[in-house]
Design a protein around this ligand. Sequence first.
Ligand code: KIV
Ligand code: ZN
Length: 397
Amino acid sequence: MTKETIIIFDTTLRDGEQSPGATLNCSEKLLIARQLFTLGVDVCEAGFPIASQGDFDSVKKIADTVGISDIERPNGPMCICALARTHKKDILLAYEAIKNAKRKRIHTFLATSDIHLKYKLNITRDECLDKIHNMVSYAYSLCEDIEFSPEDACRTDLDFLVKCVQVAIDAGATTINIPDTVGYITPNEMFNIIEHLIKNVNNSEKVIWSTHCHNDLGLATANTLSGISAGARQVEVTMNGIGERAGNTSLEEIVMTLYTRPKIYNVTTNINTTEIIKTSRMVSSLTGMIIQPNKAIVGINAFSHEAGIHQHGVIKHERTYEIISPHTVGLNTNNIVLGKHSGKHAFKKKIVELGYTDIDNKSLIRIVTNLKNLADKKKCITDHDIEALVVNNINNI
Ligand code: KIV
Ligand code: ZN
């Protein structure tokens, strides 16, 4: 039986950047977008163009460069997505930012839970349905790939949620995303919501169902996997799980669970898993969001064995205590150790291996000079030393 593919929708540059203190400039966003392309991400939510001129410029730059890349990938060009509220000016600006990309998507959202309708939006349920109809239709008049998210879906009355997504589909939405905006839901409930919607919405088989989970109770990965079991075929994730408050579902946890337990989920992804560590470290360096040492898959301790019994077992056979080979996620496959005796070429090679492929020559020379100076003082140069210098030295990419 052929496996279905789960669409990996990465929102590191949008919801991930909403992590307190994680602001990225345009050059940094472009570096990350290029690495997400190499990683094999299907859809990159590049930002929220109405939020600021900087956000508009970054989304446009990503669409105009990574979005038109000629580099071949098994899943073709990366779709560049921009977020918009259900306002005409948001939607138009989102479209303006992404219009040059080979594949593009407008993602529009409106809260649907009673608490949001009453206290945040001050509109009735009927007014909510009208807005969804009008703005999804408008977005569809500009772009054929439209995603609609009923914000706070998981706390929305289920019968009303069915009506909201029905209106969105009838108006042209091609992906329906179900956000657990406040990270409140549990895995069984997520399964039931997705299953109920797929069963009760007309033409549900014509759209892609998606989940978008927040990690306030530490359940984002479990809830996303439940959504997949119920029929979701897109997952919204961020690298290292960064995002608003306690973060979003982490890309690496979902991808590696599907990879490690194929018989349980029977689906696959387009992610090149050997790029995971590189991407994770780049996102951490550029956002300044430190990865907790025991973080699944990408934490510094994720593949270290301290206890003597474990070390002994792993030396005899890796699989005794390792469910994933470190090489699968791209963990230090090379053994170049950089120090004061290393040449310029070795440093340059290492910078490229860390994913920084498009640094202008002037910056590159400066970084290498600084690295050589550092190597005079320090015995061994670590990947973190290199990344810190790269981050401090990039001008224009
Ligand atoms: O968490 C949320 O509800 C969102 C939406 C904009 C999809 O991020
Ligand atoms: Zn979110």
